[in-house]
Ligand binder design. Sequence first.
Ligand SMILES: NC(=O)c1ccc[n+]([C@@H]2O[C@H](COP(=O)([O-])OP(=O)(O)OC[C@H]3O[C@@H](n4cnc5c(N)ncnc54)[C@H](OP(=O)(O)O)[C@@H]3O)[C@@H](O)[C@H]2O)c1
Length: 203
Amino acid sequence: MRALIAMGERTASHVQALEACHAVLHGTGVHFALVQRPDIDLEPADPAHAHDVLVRVHGFSCNYREKGRLLQAARREGGGYLVLGSEFAGTVVKVGAAVADLRPGDRVFGNGAVDATDAHPGLSTQRASQELQVLPRAKLMRFPATMPFATAAAFSVGAQTAYALVRRLRAARGDQIAVTAASSNTSLFAIAALVARGTTCTR
Ligand SMILES: NC(=O)c1ccc[n+]([C@@H]2O[C@H](COP(=O)([O-])OP(=O)(O)OC[C@H]3O[C@@H](n4cnc5c(N)ncnc54)[C@H](OP(=O)(O)O)[C@@H]3O)[C@@H](O)[C@H]2O)c1
């Protein structure tokens, strides 16, 4: 399977890349490479994977936080690399024996819900660019066939964050809300969620 990695010069000089490019971010040279990694698989009868799902990723995206993480990787004196990707959209390949509500071909993206009662709170994966993922069923959500993979791959974190904010705000129909940093992804999702609730937003 392929994956997209970021690293500094030292590591890039000995990585076998399928494709590569280079950029300067905040004065630091960052190398990006598409690399081949060993495939992973899921044995449906394995009790350890009873609640897991093997997903083939068709689209992924990087979030704001990744800029900091990839700069750290590029600046690390000891070298090393970061596998990129905070969100993904893909299709189900196989399911564990206890997964009854998903089947091969279903379209899924990550469920990044931060629920302290959940066994796996937070992002589904921090390596979303890996073409194959084995993830707990609870960390996946279906999305409709009308939603393109590229859109779905950049949807769940923004939507879940915005709806969590709006729920806590307890805004009522007709309320007027001022949204700061209105050019940001998170604010744009929040504005859409607020408008859907019948509030008026000022940017
Ligand atoms: N669940 C969560 O906890 C969660 C989820 C999503 C995001 N976040 C966090 O929310 C923040 C925004 O994420 P995002 O995806 O919405 O990012 P984004 O789309 O890249 O937007 C970044 C925003 O920050 C502004 N900005 C950047 N540099 C600035 C500077 N030096 N001074 C003032 N403003 C500056 C940008 O304004 P311009 O467009 O004018 O440059 C833009 O409005 C990040 O810290 C992210 O980690 C948290």
